[in-house]
Design a protein around this ligand. Structure first.
Ligand code: ADP
Ligand code: MG
Length: 307
């Protein structure tokens, strides 16, 4: 049985259609990364999958049951919301034991599970001794994830777990999540491309309440409309002739100030453009051809730049 099945899920908040019929399946043991900017509907979908919000239409099944209706499945789901929900005046461990109790986990089971999590999540002395209010962003995230894992759930739903972490803390969290993957099914929401590159078995590209594309990172790149990007930066305001040359070189040209990005399937675009720009006497700060990144795929699929 698939761990999570979303069928035509809809949710509206007043005028805002947060989810416009989202269908997606997460097989057991995979990590799927919901990738999209603020407002794309990631948190709404996760809340429904975690059973804290009802959909207006469609349904989400976790191991065959709708978590917002059938609380018996809630013990199989661990959910770490985007906003911290820990008690600041308690230690991480006190929070953990408190939430475990709410979930009906016995003290003995909770402590056994804690023994395992201490290793996987590298919960140091800080988790047991220090109050949450003294934690760094990385510590607070790990503590929330530990709390979500107290009942040893099958499915782990993490809403923006890496937001606000420094690169080192982010890398450590990636390691922990990849370790968890062996036993759990994970959905992770993020707007950070690197998270998706590192973690995802499948990337789910979301935009304005819809899923725009799903696939492995390499697969998404392979299937993208264009394979190469040319990054171009000029030293000065281009004249009309230069503008025209750049815009006629590719069907998709994105301009920000004096920098341009062109998409193409023809790598010879770069040397050709270089020669023509030189003929026009244009001074360049940068002219680079590269394979497209996940950020480029996101842009091609949604028309939105998320870098
Ligand atoms: P994301 O997590 O991708 O940033 P959200 O699911 O939080 O997206 O939000 C999707 C859309 O729904 C946004 O436009 C947001 O403002 C709106 N929204 C989400 N929750 C609520 C709510 N409780 N009340 C009103 N609007 C909401
Ligand atoms: Mg969100």
């Amino acid at each position: 049985m698939d761990a999570i099945v979303c069928e035509e899920v809809r949710k509206r908040f007043g005028e805002v259609e947060a989810l416009r019929g989202v269908s997606h399946t997460v097989p057991k043991g995979e990590i799927h990364v919901l990738l999209g900017p603020n407002g794309s509907g990631k948190s709404t979908l996760m809340k429904i999958a975690a059973g804290v919000l009802y959909p207006d239409g469609g349904r989400v099944l976790v191991y065959g049951k709708e978590p917002y209706r059938d609380f018996s499945v809630k013990g199989m789901i661990g959910y770490a919301p985007q906003e911290y929900t820990l008690y600041e005046m308690l230690t991480g461990l006190e929070n953990y034991m408190f939430y475990a109790g709410l979930e009906g986990v016995s003290k003995r089971e909770a402590l056994e599970q804690y023994g395992r999590l201490r290793e996987t999540l590298e919960l140091g002395e800080w988790f047991e001794k220090r109050k949450v209010k003294t934690y760094s962003g990385g510590m607070a995230r790990k503590a929330s994830i530990a709390v979500a894992l107290a009942s040893d759930p099958e499915v782990l739903i993490l809403d923006e777990p890496t937001t606000g972490l420094d690169p080192d803390a982010r890398r450590k969290l990636w390691d922990a999540l990849l370790k968890l993957k062996r036993e759990k099914t994970l959905i992770v929401a993020t707007h950070i491309f690197e998270d998706a590159e590192v973690l995802a078995d499948k990337v789910v590209i979301m935009h304005r309440g819809e899923i725009k594309a799903v696939g492995e990172v390499d697969e998404l790149k392979r299937k993208a409309e264009y394979s190469f990007a040319v990054d171009l930066e000029l030293m000065e305001e281009p004249g009309g002739e230069v503008e025209q040359l750049i815009h006629s070189s590719s069907e998709i040209v994105v301009r920000t100030g004096f920098t341009y990005r062109l998409y193409t399937n023809d790598p010879s675009l770069m040397p050709e453009l270089k020669e023509k720009l030189a003929e026009l006497g244009v001074r360049l700060l940068k002219l680079e051809l590269r394979h497209i990144s996940l950020a480029d795929v996101y842009f091609m699929v949604t028309g939105v730049r998320l870098e």
